[in-house]
Ligand binder design. Sequence first.
Ligand code: ACO
Ligand code: LMR
Length: 264
Amino acid sequence: GKVRAPTHIISTISDDRGEEPCYAGVPMSTIIERGYGVGDVISLLWFKRSLPRYCTQFIEICIMLCADHGPCVSGAHNSIVTARAGKDLVSSLVSGLLTIGPRFGGAIDDAARYFKDAYDRGLTPYEFVEGMKKKGIRVPGIGHRIKSRDNRDKRVQLLQQYAHTHFPSVKYMEYAVKVETYTLSKANNLVLNVDGAIGSLFLDLLAGSGMFTKQEIDEIVEIGYLNGLFVLARSIGLIGHTFDQKRLKQPLYRHPWEDVLYTK
Ligand code: ACO
Ligand code: LMR
């Protein structure tokens, strides 16, 4: 009989060999005919399944709300400086993307990991936050440079409102809010930030949709899919900032001496 030569690559998310490319088995024409959006495409290529509309809409809301946050944040600043150094689009984009990490935009997976672990173990917010403090770890998903108790992050509120209306359960988000209530008693800027809101709400999406087994949820959290939402979203803004600088023909950026403390 036929002997199948061993392959060097295994791939399970897409196939371009037939008459038309398929995402997780769904042909392009179906994607267009059914009026699928980018949330559906993300569902197919990341989660390998079609998710209900309220889930794909939530994904799209995350993408839209995280697309940009002005020129002053780490990522945009890097992209702007790189574009002004005369570099190309891809260099400017990745220079911005490289700032995404535990402090900026890339705390979603850790927020999901820590909130899930604390909730599933039945820790009170006090036990959770003080336990993190003892370990010397800042609570991912909590804290913001400019947002505070009196200047809440509108993105967080919009995500929470959407989930309250459409999700069958928001137990992880409610836990994150209880954590926020406790951290706010310590300092005004220790709000639930957009990473923490997405991290906790995505746990609710995964658990409440009935589309994922417990093992699949653990794997998604373990591998760390969720920072991908911020990376994808913010690429939109970083590309915009790059075009903006080029359109404005901005010269090479040099930071002013006056703004540096030269010291020994
Ligand atoms: N958990 C516990 N305590 C905190 C936290 C936190 N998440 N954030 C700040 N604090 C406390 C600490 O006591 C800190 O002192 P330390 O430096 O000894 O740890 C003190 O507040 C002051 O912290 P600052 O460094 O002045 O706070 P800053 O405004 O620079 O930090 C930041 C903002 C980086 C977001 C911080 O709150 C943090 O690390 N949060 C966790 C990571 C996170 O969620 N990042 C995503 C932010 S949203 C976004 O980027 C889209
Ligand atoms: C962002 O989305 O870039 C922000 O939350 C970070 C910031 O410092 O404003």
